[in-house]
Write a protein that binds this ligand. Structure first.
Ligand code: PEP
Length: 259
């Protein structure tokens, strides 16, 4: 069985004081999360402070992106080695906001996935279609292209150390989440592709998260789907009570065998 995973993506939010307060409130509200893994991804500026607030507790630290080289003349960038040194164990890669705003192409995302793995960070590869692509019936084509390109050249053992997040672009920050059925359909498709790219066994062990307007009041129905192994949460991770409620719902679903 795959342990549910809930990741909070704070995006470009939070002063140091706000980040410390939020991390501390989440830490105190989730002292011993059982049957669920929890990761917080604050902005780079708050990583050290959040690492300190989380201490050696069960909540883990992640970053929202990284460069693909370990060091070098890359003004403004942060390397996977630096993130690992700060205590990060996770990194989001290929988030649609970076694909859209920075123009991150699939090939670069692939290099980042490889670099993350080399530095023992777990890459969370994000894929998802726009509203227009869904309207045109291109959902599977889009996510397949992003998945194949993002994992290109990786051996099955490396793929096994990764996590996927299906995040339909039309659901991110809009308040309109995919229905459990819509998400499960794409997750099932991605898992089928993972069987081909790695193996059936690896495909069965990889967690595929859903992201896009997950909130406390829809988390349980989404995570209850056998194909949905947790959530990547944006806006609703910026308030401790709501995020804690999502984690507890995922943990409850994780404690009860699906199907
Ligand atoms: C995200 O950006 O990863 C995300 C899922 O955002 P939101 O939960 O706000 O839709």
């Amino acid at each position: 069985m795959r342990t549910p995973l809930v990741i909070g993506n704070w995006k470009m939010h939070g002063t140091l004081g706000e980040a410390r307060a939020l991390a501390t409130a989440i830490r105190d509200g989730l002292k011993r999360p059982r049957g669920v893994e929890v990761v917080l991804c604050p902005p780079f500026t708050a990583l050290a402070a959040v690492a300190e607030s989380l201490g050696t507790g069960p909540i883990q630290l992640g970053a929202q992106t990284c460069h693909h080289e370990a060091a070098g003349a890359h003004t403004g960038e942060v390397s996977p080695a630096m993130l690992a040194d700060l205590g990060c164990r996770w990194v989001l890669l290929g988030h649609s906001e970076r694909r859209r705003e920075i123009g991150e192409p699939d090939g670069l995302i692939n290099q980042k996935v490889k670099a993350a793995l080399e530095h023992r960070l777990t890459p969370v590869l994000c894929v998802g279609e726009t509203a227009e692509e869904r309207r045109q019936g291109l959902t599977f084509t889009t996510v397949e292209g992003q998945l194949r390109a993002g994992l290109a050249g990786l051996a099955a053992a490396a793929i096994a150390r990764s996590v996927l997040a299906y995040e339909p672009v039309w659901a991110i920050g809009t308040g309109v989440n995919a229905t459990p059925g819509q998400a499960a359909e794409v997750h099932g498709y991605l898992r089928g592709l993972l069987s081909e790219l790695a193996s059936k066994e690896v495909a069965q062990q990889i967690r595929i998260l859903y992201g896009g307007s997950v909130k406390a009041d829809n988390a349980d129905v989404l995570v209850a789907e056998p194909e949905i192994d947790g959530a990547l949460v944006g806006a609703a991770s910026l308030g401790a009570p709501g995020f804690i409620a999502i984690v507890k719902k995922a943990a409850r679903v994780g404690a009860a065998p699906k199907e």
